[in-house]
Design a protein around this ligand. Structure first.
Ligand code: SAM
Length: 224
C-alpha cells in the first residue's frame, strides 16, 4: 500500500498504531527489508491500541491524508465507536479505509450460536456497527463486499496446531480444545455440518467470511 501511495505523494509520514510488540517487530523487519524501495517514508511507531491513541492524541494533532484500519476494529466496543470514529475523522483530511467482517458471515453466526452462560465469546464489532456509527455521525461513506472463505478443516484434526489456533480465534477464547466446555468441538462440528453453513471442495471444509470494505470520506468542514 505504501508503494502505491508513493506514486502520489513525494514524502510520506506513516504513523503505525499497533498494540502488539510482536506485530510491530515483524512490520519493522519488513520495512528494513524494503528500505530502499521505501526511501521517502518515515515511520512513527506507536505500540498502543487505537483507543489509547485516540485518547492521547485528541488535540493539536497533524492531519492525516489517509487512515487505514484493515481488520483492526473488532475490539472497539460498540458504545465507544462514535467517539473513536469521530476522533479519527477529526485527524483526517482525506480518506479512511476500514476492512472488517460482516455479520452475515460464519464468524458472527458461530458466535451467536454458541453464546450462552457456559460460553460467552468476547464481543466483536462487525461492519454494520461501523456503518451505523458513520450514519449517526453524518460521515459519508461507500461500501463494497469482498467475498472471502476460510478453510476450517484443520479445526477438527486433533493433532493440528494450526487448527487449534484457528478454533481459538473463531470462538475468541484461548484453549477451546483443552479447557472449553465438554462437547464444544462436537457441537461446533455439528454446526459447521448443518445446512447452509459450510461447503466442501477437494475434501476440504470451507466457510464464508465476507469482508466489508468501508471507505469513509473525510474532510467535513466541521471536523477539520
Ligand atoms: C488481523 S490483523 C491485521 C493486521 C494488518 N492490518 C494487516 O492487514 O495485515 C489485526 C491487527 O489489529 C491489531 N489490533 C487489535 N486490536 C487493536 C486495537 N484496539 N487498536 C489497534 N490495533 C488493534 C492486532 O494486534 C493485529 O495486529
Amino acid at each position: 500500500m505504501l508503494k502505491k501511495l508513493m506514486k502520489k505523494f513525494r514524502l510520506i509520514e506513516c504513523t503505525v498504531v499497533e498494540p502488539s510488540g510482536e506485530r510491530i517487530s515483524s512490520y519493522k523487519k519488513l520495512v528494513e527489508e524494503e528500505k530502499d524501495a521505501l526511501h521517502c517514508v518515515t515511520f512513527d511507531w506507536r505500540q498502543e491500541t487505537i483507543q489509547e491513541f485516540c485518547n492521547v492524541k485528541a488535540d493539536g494533532l497533524k492531519k492525516f491524508n489517509f487512515v487505514s484500519a484493515i481488520h483492526a476494529c473488532y475490539f472497539i466496543a460498540k458504545q465507544d465507536l462514535n467517539f473513536h470514529l469521530n476522533t479519527i475523522f477529526g485527524w483526517t483530511k482525506g480518506t479512511i479505509l476500514i476492512m472488517i467482517l460482516g455479520e452475515d458471515g460464519f464468524l458472527s453466526r458461530l458466535q451467536k450460536k454458541f453464546h450462552g452462560p457456559a460460553y460467552a465469546p468476547k464481543a466483536f464489532t462487525y461492519a454494520k456497527s461501523i456503518t451505523d456509527s458513520f450514519r449517526s455521525l453524518d460521515i459519508s461513506f461507500e461500501t463494497s463486499a469482498l467475498p472471502c472463505e476460510c478453510d476450517v478443516t484443520r479445526c477438527f484434526e486433533s493433532d493440528s496446531r494450526d487448527g487449534k489456533l484457528l478454533l481459538d480465534f473463531l470462538l475468541q477464547r484461548v484453549g477451546c480444545r483443552e479447557d472449553g466446555p465438554p462437547e464444544l468441538l462436537k457441537r461446533v462440528k455439528e454446526f459447521v455440518d448443518s445446512e447452509n453453513i459450510s461447503y466442501t471442495r477437494s475434501g476440504r471444509i470451507y466457510v464464508e467470511i465476507p469482508t466489508q470494505v468501508i471507505i469513509g470520506l473525510g474532510s467535513k468542514d466541521s471536523k477539520t
